[in-house]
Design a protein around this ligand. Structure first.
Ligand code: GUN
Ligand code: ZN
Length: 430
């Protein structure tokens, strides 16, 4: 494949500014990104790179070029249940979500929703995601097939849920056999990865949780993806069932599910002990602010996770989450911080939504920073996407424009999305 080059204002945040300060930020007001065979071969100032790549055709953009967003927790089968009214988590699951997920035993339906879902991610500048499917094998096959067709880096897995209602219930033996078959079927195909996915402690028997731990131990390349400590009512139910466990995290720990490949969504009601254990184990948290607001789950304490040195990414958690936009979700991370007494820096939230999320998915060497050798997934953001955004950002310095994109922006702020150097989405003109 020939070289291709993209000239724009470029911003990447490879290292967490909370730890590295401004040293974590790379910014070239007039930058050049050069791509060959889907990989970054150079990224830096046009003044320095322009002469070296003088004979390549260059695409030029007015917008801000940043790495593609990484959504670290989202449910594709809930796409059609976003904005479903009423109830906290457990009631909402019963009323809206389990009935909707039952329909994914039908491959045609799964194909249809998977295609829409992935196109929606691309419209929002999300190029990688850790995705819940349903307990049906065909729901994973549909998503992986659609992701492979789009060359997207997607990690997913069938949910394990032998205590779930109706056709969402698998059993220990079939859950394990289906998981093993999916791992074998999809291993090494495209840019896909597998996550062992017990839905949450309340819908799996002890035997199934133990089986999940065993599968995880046997497959060093797969992740573990589940929910943890999302609502007070859920935590009380977990405490009532698992009377021997010290806390909710300990339930998973006892079954071998807490380690460096584990990603736990939410962690709103989490003890210092559990955060300390997650830090020690190298486990990560997917912070899902729009979901926590929508379900009334509570406020995740990012500063406390920081104190314990726990890795954090950002998740939209659609359908409890209310937007596929990672820009919008970054703005909500800021608002949760405000309610907890912290004004998080916009470069930090961009880091969490890109390189930080990539690291959570075990792909920090492949995506998230546009460093040389990484896969060239990137987006062109438009600070002037709406008249108000144009007025608010005109002539402003980078930090102010970036913050405005997070507070005022959504899919309209994403002009183009590129996957491995190829254009995958172009916004229609407003
Ligand atoms: N806990 C168990 N299942 C779910 C789900 O589908 N969404 C959310 N937000 N939390 C869960
Ligand atoms: Zn979720």
């Amino acid at each position: 494949m020939a070289l291709s080059a993209f000239r724009a204002e470029i911003l990447t945040v490879p290292h967490d500014p909370a730890l590295a300060g401004e040293g974590g930020i790379r910014h070239w007001p007039d930058g050049l990104l050069v791509v060959e065979d889907g990989l970054v071969v150079a990224c830096g100032a046009f003044a320095e790179l322009g002469a070296r790549f003088a004979d390549i055709a260059v695409e030029r953009f007015d917008g801000l070029l940043v790495p593609g967003f990484v959504d670290t927790h989202v449910h594709y089968p809930q796409t059609d249940r976003i904005a479903a009214h009423g109830g906290h988590l457990l009631e909402w699951l019963d009323r809206h979500i389990y009935p909707a997920e039952a329909a994914f035993s039908d491959r045609g339906h799964a194909d249809d929703v998977a295609a829409f879902f992935l196109d929606e991610l691309l419209r929002n500048g999300t190029t990688s995601a850790l995705v819940f499917a349903t307990s049906h094998v065909q729901s994973v096959d549909a998503l992986f097939t659609a992701a492979q067709a789009r060359n997207m880096r997607i990690v997913s897995g069938k949910t394990l849920s032998d205590l779930a209602p109706g056709n969402l219930a698998d059993d220990v033996v079939s859950g394990r056999a289906d998981t093993e078959a999916l791992i074998a079927r999809w291993r090494g195909r495209g840019r896909l990865g597998y996550a062992v996915t017990p839905r949450f402690a309340l819908v799996s028997t002890d035997a199934q949780l133990a089986s999940a731990g065993d599968i995880l131990a046997r497959h060093p390349e797969v992740l573990l993806h589940t929910h943890l400590a999302e609502t007070a009512q859920e935590c009380a139910a977990v405490a009532a069932r698992f009377t021997d466990a010290v806390d909710y995290l300990d339930v998973y720990d006892r079954f071998g599910l807490v380690g460096p490949r584990s990603i736990f969504a939410h962690c709103v009601h989490i003890s210092d002990r559990a955060l300390g254990r997650m830090s020690q184990a190298g486990a990560g948290i997917a912070h899902c602010p729009t979901s926590n607001f929508f379900l009334g789950s509570g406020l995740f304490d990012l500063a406390r996770a920081d104190e314990h040195g726990v890795r954090v990414g950002i998740g939209t958690d659609v359908g409890a989450g209310t937007s596929f936009s990672m820009l919008h979700t970054m703005g909500e991370v800021y608002k949760v911080g405000q309610l907890r007494g912290h004004s998080f820096d916009p470069f930090r939230t961009l880091h969490l939504a890109t390189a930080g999320g990539a690291r959570l998915l075990g792909a920090g060497d492949r995506i998230g920073s546009l460093s040389v050798g990484q896969e060239a997934d990137f987006v062109i953001l438009d600070c002037a996407a709406t008249p108000l955004m144009a007025r608010r950002t005109a002539g402003k310095r980078l930090a102010e424009r970036l913050f405005a994109l997070q507070i005022l922006g959504d899919d309209r702020g994403v002009a183009y999305t590129y996957i491995a150097g190829c254009r995958a989405h172009a916004r229609a003109l407003l």
